[in-house]
Design a protein around this ligand. Sequence first.
Ligand code: SAH
Ligand code: SF4
Length: 354
Amino acid sequence: MNILDHLLHKLFEENNLSREELIFLLKNIDEDSKDKLFNYACKTRNRYYGNKVFMRGLIEFSNICRKDCLYCGIRSSNKKASRYRLTKEEILDCCHEGYKLGYRTFVLQSGEDPWYTADRMVDIIKSIKRKFPDVAITLSIGEREKEEYQAFFEAGAERYLLRHETASRSLYEKLHPDSSFDNRINCLKTLKEIGYQVGAGFMVGLPGQREEDLVEDLIFLKSLNPHMIGIGPFIPHSETPLGKTKGGTVEDTLVMVALTRLMVPDSLVPATTAMGTLHPRGRELALMAGANVVMPNLSPSSVRPKYQLYENKICLEDEPAHCRYCIEGRIKSVGMELDMSRGDHWTYKEAKAL
Ligand code: SAH
Ligand code: SF4
């Protein structure tokens, strides 16, 4: 057995490798070993979740953001972005449309928009829960105070997505001159303590990101042990300071998806829209590298073009019904099965069964 095969096999068996082993693997991986890696990743996923792909309906309810993340198309300094906010009624309409299409989980995502105070968010969450008691609500609205996270949880939001973006402190600080790495990480820990199913995650191909930094992401995720992990390529947006940089590749992102699956074997890992943006079958490739979630868009088509964290985002013109069936075809094309249920992390199902 050559050294790469040995490392991959060890990672498959033990769901862990040392920092040095991971760096060696990442720097030396070849096409042959990638096939083996993807194979191990799919086997590992199937052990926990079978060949199911869970669907989440994404509602991008505001593109107003007080933060200025260097990579993001809706950062506050982008004066060309045309801004919008959805009202509670508009959000409920999106849920209604999604519910009719069979979705039982909604992801409410936005910039860090202070207009949505804790009270307004609680009202939105409670209204959704009142109308659709059997759905799971996921929030992805950035960094808030512990009391606010607690209030959202008590109102009925059970999941929270907050990518750590990069586990390298120095890279994080360069990309977020207005934010604190420690606060981001502390928010993730707080969310976990409160009892949320928590999603962390990172971008691949950030300017200045080395293999060593990506290995820090894997080690960080292993220790945080989140329920969900979102991984996507960084895609430059021309109206940002990083507009002329290179961006991540599908190939590198697939390797990180598969390594993440093996390091945190029971996580829920989306095949991200950013993958679909870089490659016509990017999401299918991610599913074949160990992902098992997709998040089709339920936002009104009138606002979709305005929610461009990166450019050339796919599905800007498509109606939710179209996305629902388009994705189903893609899932079937890789021999997997669509699952429209809430798609909780398996440990939560266990907890409920007790
Ligand atoms: N404001 C919230 C949620 C919206 S941003 C937050 O930041 O947590 C959602 C995710 O989009 C971010 O976590 C980031 O990883 C990703 N993103 C932003 N700009 C991107 C870009 N240019 N390319 C790829 N992903 C990007
Ligand atoms: Fe705002 Fe999130 Fe974009 Fe950062 S990544 S600028 S917090 S929307």
